[in-house]
Design a protein. Structure first.
Length: 438
């Protein structure tokens, strides 16, 4: 925007546009309408759209009550804000760019002054070129014009010196200004509100061949409360395959009956724009939502039927797997102490008689544990209930399954087996299993 004396509407809130066209800030220059010069004065964000001959579409700024923002800057806000840049940070970025321009302008002026002084010195000492004389005369004319305007800056040594370049924040000279983050945020919101209807129409044009249906309970807890109670239960959001929101509404319960109105509106929009109805839909409760959504979207029911038929057509018939063959002669389940002592002693004698490097016994133990249902951490462990000893006999695996749950002490044959230093025990977590026997 611009400030131009009495034409600035900020000085009089009740002032209106100078003509029916309106919309352009004062100082934008005249236009032409029906062959006549047209001067437009801006008083608000909605007036550029009222300009004749479509001029409003080319208006380069978004107007607020007292100022305006270049639309290029507004276009930069959206991707920056979406990526987490705060308005205050965006304001600091602008300040960095503005101060850099101030510094570049300062350096440019110094370079021009140095060039002018050099040109003046060359013009006074040499007249070999008429172009040098003309250039000096032009520079002197510019200096005289600057002096007549009240400026003390001079580009030649004959003018008596140059005034220092003003500071960035000097309001009487350079007057460098950068809007605050709060103001930029308000502009962004007002701009979004000004194109709200356009955005609503555009989002309806987006397809929804795939819907991702989600219920968020966190947002509803903080949105609105009445006497300490939540008004809404959840926020329902449905996005398409590009992640764009196609349906969003609040519900007061988990009942699916509240989905019907928004879904009907979505179907009407898809029909109005000739778009394909959803072919796939994902929820966090497929079993509970499947029937409801297939009744609301016939396209989902048809797609499910097609997928089911495709799966049935390519199904390969398979015979049930045969029951596992168990050689009962290779496994011995023992519970009585005398039976355990007899069997373990026989195994000990057999393995001990093998050659060095072959005296191997596989070991595994099972016991009951208590697990905290909330944390999943084991809080206590009971005594060993089942001890398994495995070995090879004539290249055939065999095992003893020994029930120890009701016994206060280990049978003597098991103790003798564990104390034999010539045996090697193998298995997963053998150290822990042996420690449980102590």
């Amino acid at each position: 925007g611009s400030r131009s004396g009495s034409s600035d509407p900020s000085s009089d809130p009740s002032s209106g546009p100078s003509n029916s066209a309106g919309g352009f800030p004062s100082g934008c220059g005249p236009g032409v309408h029906n062959g006549e010069p047209l001067h437009l004065h801006g008083v608000g964000a909605n007036h550029p759209a009222a300009a004749p001959d479509g001029y409003g579409s080319y208006f380069p700024a978004f107007l607020t009550y007292r100022a305006g923002v270049d639309l290029k800057l507004v276009d930069l806000m959206r991707p920056q804000f979406d990526k987490g840049v705060r308005p205050g940070g965006f304001s600091k970025m602008l300040l960095e760019l503005h101060t850099k321009k101030h510094t570049n302008d300062y350096l440019k002026r110094e370079h021009l002054l140095a060039r002018d002084r050099q040109s003046a010195s060359l013009g006074s000492s040499s007249s070999s070129s008429s172009s040098t004389v003309l250039k000096r005369e032009h520079l002197l004319a510019r200096d005289r014009q600057s002096a007549s305007l009240g400026s003390s800056s001079s580009s030649s040594s004959s003018s008596g010196g140059c005034e220092m370049y003003s500071a960035f924040g000097d309001k009487s000279k350079y007057a460098g200004l950068v809007p605050t983050g709060n103001w930029l945020q308000s502009v962004y919101k007002k701009f979004a509100f000004s194109i709200e209807r356009h955005l609503e129409r555009e989002v309806k044009k987006r397809g929804a061949e795939r819907l991702n249906w989600d219920a968020s309970y966190k947002e509803a807890k903080h949105l609105a409360r009445y006497h300490g109670h939540n008004i809404f239960k959840a926020l329902i959001t449905a996005t398409n395959e590009q992640g764009e929101i196609r349906v969003q509404f609040h519900v007061v319960t988990d009942g699916q009956d509240q989905f019907q109105g928004p879904i009907d509106e979505l179907i009407n929009t898809l029909n109005a724009y000739g778009q394909v109805h959803p072919q796939l839909l994902g929820t966090d409760n497929p079993k509970g939502d499947s029937q409801f959504f297939k009744e609301k979207f016939q396209s989902l029911a048809d797609k499910q039927t097609a997928l089911d038929s495709l799966s049935a057509a390519h199904a390969v018939p398979t015979a049930p797997p045969p029951p596992p063959a168990v050689d009962c002669e290779s496994f011995y389940l023992l519970a009585k102490t005398e039976d355990i002592n007899r069997a373990v002693a026989a195994v000990h004698s057999y393995v001990h008689a093998l050659g060095e490097g072959e005296r191997v016994v596989a070991l595994d133990a099972e016991w009951d544990v208590t697990v905290n249902s909330r944390t999943g951490i084991v809080t206590s462990a009971g005594n060993v209930q089942l001890l398994q000893l495995g070995y090879f006999e004539a290249n055939k695996p065999k095992a003893l399954l020994l029930r120890l749950g009701s016994k206060k002490t280990l049978p003597l044959a098991i103790l003798a087996l564990f104390e034999d230093p010539t045996l090697t025990f193998i298995g997963r977590g053998v150290g822990g299993d042996l420690a449980k026997q102590a």
